[in-house]
Design a protein. Structure first.
Length: 175
């Protein structure tokens, strides 16, 4: 009787393991391990943008606003991150990019902030709807400006308002 139970458990375990390919397809969401929602918005310069272009790279989705002092202060740190890791290799790809998503409502202050803070190496997205923007709603960023670190498979590997936590994660993942 015990042998039958043991054999049944072993067979059930093998059957279960046969359905696992080592990396289950993640659900779309905003938690660590989830696949990020699709982003298909034009860049501020008018060029089309699609998250598929980011596959194979580590990406920081940076939610900010030109009128938000803390996010402007962090811009310097984000520039340093980009310079330090733009050519690094990671488990799920090579290279590091920053996609900057602005909550601004007006073009001129945004462009002035990009120029003053020397953020031209980031990809900038803004639909000028502020906190009413669809992308802001999709990423639940109405009340807080969260940064998302995305791996080469499009999965969230870190989410934080603190850029130092993002830096620490990048350091851990860089080869």
């Amino acid at each position: 009787m015990e042998n039958r139970i043991l054999l049944t458990l072993i067979l059930a375990g093998l059957l279960f393991l046969s359905f696992i390919n080592g990396s289950p397809t993640p659900k779309e969401g905003l938690q660590v391990g989830d696949r990020i929602p699709e982003i298909n918005y034009p860049l501020v310069n008018g060029q089309p943008f699609d998250t598929e272009a980011l596959r194979g790279k580590m990406v920081l989705l940076d939610f900010w606003a030109s009128y938000d002092a803390p996010s402007r202060i962090e811009s310097f740190e984000k520039k340093n991150l980009l310079e330090s890791y733009k050519n690094s290799s990671f488990l799920k790809g090579k290279g590091f990019e920053i996609v900057s998503i602005s909550l601004d409502r007006f073009r001129t202050p945004l462009l002035q902030a990009i120029d003053r803070d020397e953020l031209d190496s980031f990809s900038h997205i803004c639909d000028f709807k502020g906190r009413e923007s669809q992308i802001v709603k999709e990423f639940n960023n109405q009340n807080k400006l969260t940064n998302y670190l995305i791996d080469g498979d499009g999965r969230i590997v870190a989410a934080s308002q603190d850029i130092e936590k993002i830096r620490h994660t990048i350091e851990q993942l860089a080869r």
